[in-house]
Design a protein around this ligand. Sequence first.
Ligand code: ATP
Ligand code: MG
Length: 398
Amino acid sequence: MVRYGELSTKGKNRMRFINKLKRNIQDVLSIYPAIKVTADRDRGHVFLNGTPYEPVAEALKQIFGIQAFSPVYKLEKNVPALKKAVQDIMIELYHEGLTFKVSSKRSDHNFELDSRELNQELGSSVFEVLPDIKARMKRPDITLKVEIRAEAAYISYEEVKGAGGLPVGTAGRGMLMLSGGIDSPVAGYLALKRGVDIEVVHFASPPYTSPGALKKAQDLTRKLTKFGGKIQFIEVPFTEIQEEIKEKAPEAYLMTLTRRFMMQITDRIREERGGLVIINGESLGQVASQTLESMQAINAVTMTPVIRPVVTMDKLEIIDIAQKIETFNISIQPFEDCCTIFAPDRPKTSPKLKNVEQYEARLDVEGLVARALAGIKVTEISPETTGDAIDELIDDLL
Ligand code: ATP
Ligand code: MG
């Protein structure tokens, strides 16, 4: 059973949010064919239908828009079935010194026992199989919640905290500029957290950049799918532009010019694909591309809002998140991206817009941008099947 997060504050948009969350859960769990997902105004349900609980729980913990979830057993409404179920559950959980209580609720008033009688009956059935267990009314280790509803009976005993945030897609679409570095995947994660449906834009300059660098960007994107489902990956051919800049502009301005092209092309892709914002991994620092002057010169090519989720974070704070979301180890793989290869030794830390525009005028900007756009490749990246999940699935089939 899934409890929604911040959604409750969203008034009449509520059903739109819930349906989006439902589709995201379906998408992330699509590797498990037996699973069914339902969602109504108050809560959602993920029917395991025999799928192992653990990997599904791990996946649910990551999906934005879920505040908490509980494993719940759905049972027939009869006392022997309920007794058997609570006995099985408590035998499974039991260790020496464990305390418990049964807390029943009956919304179906035709059921043969009322909630007090149910507590007693089910409680004593636990003592039949575990004579040494202790009942405790105040803060027991395990509270078995039993609910008798019109359609069925439900038992649960645990609540797992979810990721919070907003369901991915409820805030609209944004284009994430993803390199192979540490920062941009973290920026993407933070945008996803607030409901932005990201599409990834990655600039590749073969043969200067290797297939490994491209795969790295795709692997990073795959890591981001666990928070809300599939992501479109857009690869932009960038070789011609980098060669042109290298040939015609002064060394010190290579970086600024390169970044302006990236920004401009991303903005055109955004426009064509119905995006509202651009997201990047810029962070304010000592590196040339990351001074305020530099940001201004790069940003000058567009009026589109550019969101920089990690702009004020320290490197260590960013790394912390990168490790948590498991992108760090991919990001530090030694595949050079296009910027590293064409990077000048001494880029301008305070590029003047006037100079930038003057150097840019030596290039056929429109032609270069148009050719890059004509060569983009879009692929869909789906949630990964983790090693554990596959093992469990196979175990289950055998
Ligand atoms: P990152 O760790 O994300 O690479 P960084 O700290 O290395 O960031 P820069 O290399 O200056 O910073 O890049 C700034 C931002 O520009 C990146 O975070 C990313 O959003 C974008 N960017 C850089 N290179 C590429 C690329 N090849 N494809 C797409 N976006 C890129
Ligand atoms: Mg980088």
